[in-house]
Design a binder for this molecule. Structure first.
Ligand SMILES: C[S@@+](CC[C@H](N)C(=O)[O-])C[C@H]1O[C@@H](n2cnc3c(N)ncnc32)[C@H](O)[C@@H]1O
Length: 327
């Protein structure tokens, strides 16, 4: 693999969805280096794919890494055992931001919905103002399709009702389709509709930034979208501008990403249809096997043979041939 430190983005991504922020490694590390970050927190660390990258980077940069996840995967827990320098906090981001030390940079990749992202941004901004420290460099995943303009909820009960969109549990998402679609990319609790106010990660970030001229948001349309948010007056602002300039809102990259998610979703639909068809064939097969085993069916075939004096309109031999062709 050509990723920094020889990491493999598909270790925990067997379907090659490109799901981990690890896929944006060069850009992420470039931003962290530009900001001379000496500490980074990752909100939503899942199986630790990005965490592993951050740890390798931190070794070189002399930085510390915090992972915040209420439901870490076993691979991340294993990483915690292997790397004593990793601090894993098993809490939601909103709970953790009540007490953890603010880090120089924060990756937001946990619960992908308007309410959570808004609250995360507000708490970070309030804390940095109250403590008189620089606003952390913020790196947000999923600011493009499918969660840029559509909420998904890790646990809908944790979201106040007035912020919660109607959901379609296990709904399938398909680019360009406002509703959900059978066989589209499956998510646990996606909003029933894309778009509109208070819906999606990008909507949350844009609402947070609007009216705050001191903040700068750049969107890189690759691997579900990377948002970078910083204070225009931050000491590293010019360096960040330089690094992000070729990538920000790059139309060619946006086209590639649209093409990528279209093919990903359409192959998922094809897979779903093939699975549905396989299940249907299984049911047909079971019915035919029951008919073959039935004495009544055998008697009906015998009756037809005698009555028609020749080839009957159906026979058990025909059914056996059909079943063996299906194998
Ligand atoms: C998309 S995965 C993170 C992927 C990871 N950042 C990467 O790039 O490899 C989302 C993770 O967020 C976690 N999560 C869900 N709600 C959260 C919350 N409120 N705060 C922190 N993490 C949350 C889930 O348990 C899940 O492991």
């Amino acid at each position: 693999m050509d990723l920094p430190f020889g990491l493999n983005p598909y270790d925990n991504d067997p379907g090659a969805w490109g799901a981990s922020l690890l896929n944006n490694a060069e850009l992420l590390l470039g931003c962290l280096d530009a900001a001379r970050a000496r500490s980074v927190a990752e909100v939503g660390a899942y199986a630790g794919d990005l965490t592993r990258l951050l740890l390798l980077w931190a070794e070189r940069a002399g930085a510390r890494v915090v992972a915040i996840d209420p439901s870490p995967q076993p691979e991340l827990e294993q990483l915690e055992r292997e790397r004593s320098e990793l601090q894993l906090i098993r809490e939601t981001s909103l709970d953790a931001f009540e007490h953890i030390e603010l880090t120089d940079a924060i990756v937001l990749d946990g619960d992908h919905n308007y309410y959570t992202v808004t609250q995360e941004l507000l708490r970070i901004a309030q804390r940095s103002a109250a403590e008189g420290v620089e606003l952390p460099l913020l790196l947000l995943h999923d600011v493009c399709w499918p969660h840029g303009r559509r909420d998904d909820y890790f646990d809908p009960d944790q979201i106040p009702a007035e912020y919660r969109q109607p959901i379609v549990p296990e709904g399938g998402l398909y680019p360009g389709l406002e509703t959900t679609r059978h066989g589209g990319l499956p998510y646990h609790n996606p909003a029933a509709r894309e778009g509109g106010p208070r819906n999606g990660v990008l909507t949350a970030v844009e609402d947070f930034v609007s009216g705050h001229d001191e903040l700068r948001l750049a969107v890189v349309p690759a691997f579900y979208g990377l948002g970078v948010l910083w204070r225009r007056e931050a000491p590293y602002a010019a360096e960040l501008e330089r690094i992000l300039a070729p990538w920000e809102d790059n139309p060619l990259l946006a086209r590639l990403e649209r093409n990528r998610v279209l093919h990903l979703a359409s192959s998922h639909v094809q897979l779903r249809l093939a699975t549905d068809r396989g299940e249907e064939l299984g049911r047909q097969r079971e019915l035919l096997e029951r008919m073959l085993a039935s004495r009544a069916f055998w008697a009906a075939e015998l009756f037809l043979r005698i009555r028609q004096r020749g080839k009957p309109i159906f026979s058990r031999a025909e059914i056996r041939r059909l079943l063996s062709n299906q194998r």
